[in-house]
Design a protein around this ligand. Structure first.
Ligand SMILES: Cc1cc2nc3c(=O)[nH]c(=O)nc-3n(C[C@H](O)[C@H](O)[C@H](O)COP(=O)(O)O)c2cc1C
Length: 342
């Protein structure tokens, strides 16, 4: 893992998407490893699932479920594959992925490029016991997006330790409209019907770009329809001041500039829910302090993606050990005790 400072300049000579493909290819080459041991204090149960560490890999890195077990072996407590749509689709035209190194950020407008749910299903059937979540979406040209989600729940449930309903990508035109009142009710009712046995748990992933009252309304709908957790948040379409040359590219912004927005969104959801539904904090987390702040603000689990681009895969373990240290220092026996303690 100490290799990353040497590998990064090479990876950064490639365009961002080629570097990402090369990383997945390299991971496939190394033998799968057993996940490293982490302190017992990091273990927690959320939505009925046991997580060895609260630090997960966010959706979008391993869209096609090519290397989830390799990623668990690097020290992530859980890995979310996807977004997977029912049918394969190419996504938007290239270039569509940009590094913003001066801002420690990324802009992407990939548009759910993926090889479809059936292909991923076959790969996931061969996976072992780690916590692998499956993030599902709708095809861009779908005539009935709600049916795409219901179908995705039914078909991916057998291989998913949890499912994530992603209605917050900014790169499929109109998708975020499913967060609006009537559409959200209809969507969540269809999801509930597609999962009669209430297994696996279903999380809803929301955008950080919120209007007044959105958090309260989304929490209410989620609780009413038996959703098991909220992932706060996806990338932002807003543009805080940025320094890099790609900062005006359209798409979703992630990484450091997203951090204050994602934290504020998490606090809104925490105050709207009062702990009634578990929250998963994501957006700009790059250190143990960031993860700790998110847990104290109400997140039961955290996820990251962009910081791994800049710091390498050792980040999962570094943050996990840092969290264990903070638990001990502040006198908490477990992560669950620290959730929402700010
Ligand atoms: C290149 C890229 C692709 C992404 N693709 C997806 C996706 O397919 N589905 C999804 O729910 N989120 C996707 N995301 C959003 C991340 O899961 C995460 O919510 C967001 O990047 C904020 O976290 P971060 O600042 O740690 O990256 C993507 C992010 C990036 C940078």
């Amino acid at each position: 893992m100490a290799l990353y400072p040497l590998v990064r300049p090479l990876a950064f000579m490639l365009d961002a998407e080629s570097a990402h493909r090369a990383t997945i290819a390299a991971l496939k080459l190394i033998p799968k490893r057993k996940p490293p041991d982490v302190p017992q204090s990091l273990q927690s149960t959320v939505a009925g699932l046991s997580f060895p560490s609260p630090v997960g890999l966010a959706a979008g890195f391993d869209k096609d479920a090519e290397v989830p077990e390799h990623l668990l072996g690097l020290g992530f407590g859980f890995v979310e594959v996807g977004t997977l749509t029912p049918r394969p689709q190419p996504g938007n035209s290239r270039p569509r992925l940009f590094r913003l190194p001066e801002d420690r950020a990324v802009i992407n407008r990939l548009g759910f490029n993926n090889r479809g749910q059936a292909a991923a299903l076959a790969r996931l059937q061969r996976c072992g016991h780690g916590v692998i979540g499956v993030n599902i979406g709708a095809n861009k040209d779908s005539a009935d997006r709600i049916a795409d989600y219901a179908g995705g729940v039914a078909s991916m449930a057998p291989v998913a330790r949890y499912l994530t309903i992603n209605i917050s990508s900014p790169n499929t035109p109109g998708l975020r409209g499913l967060q609006d009142e009537g559409a959200l009710e209809e969507l969540l009712a269809a999801v509930r019907e597609a999962r009669p046995a209430k297994r696996p748990p279903v999380f809803l992933k929301v955008a950080p770009d919120l209007d007044d009252g959105d958090a309260e309304r989304i929490v209410r709908a989620a609780v009413d329809h038996g959703i098991d957790g909220l992932i706060v948040a996806n990338t932002t379409v807003s543009r805080p001041p940025l320094k890099s040359r790609h900062s005006a590219e359209p798409g979703g912004l992630s990484g450091e500039p997203l951090k204050p927005l994602a934290l504020e969104a998490l606090r809104k959801f925490r105050s709207a829910s009062g702990g009634e539904i578990p929250l998963i904090g994501v957006g700009g987390i790059a250190s143990a302090d960031d993860a700790w702040e998110r847990i104290r603000a109400g997140a039961s689990l955290v996820q990251l993606y962009t910081a791994m681009v800049y710091q390498g895969p050792g980040i999962a373990r570094r943050i996990a050990l840092g969290l264990a240290h903070r638990l001990e220092r502040e006198g908490f026996a477990s992560i669950a005790d620290a959730v929402g303690s700010e």
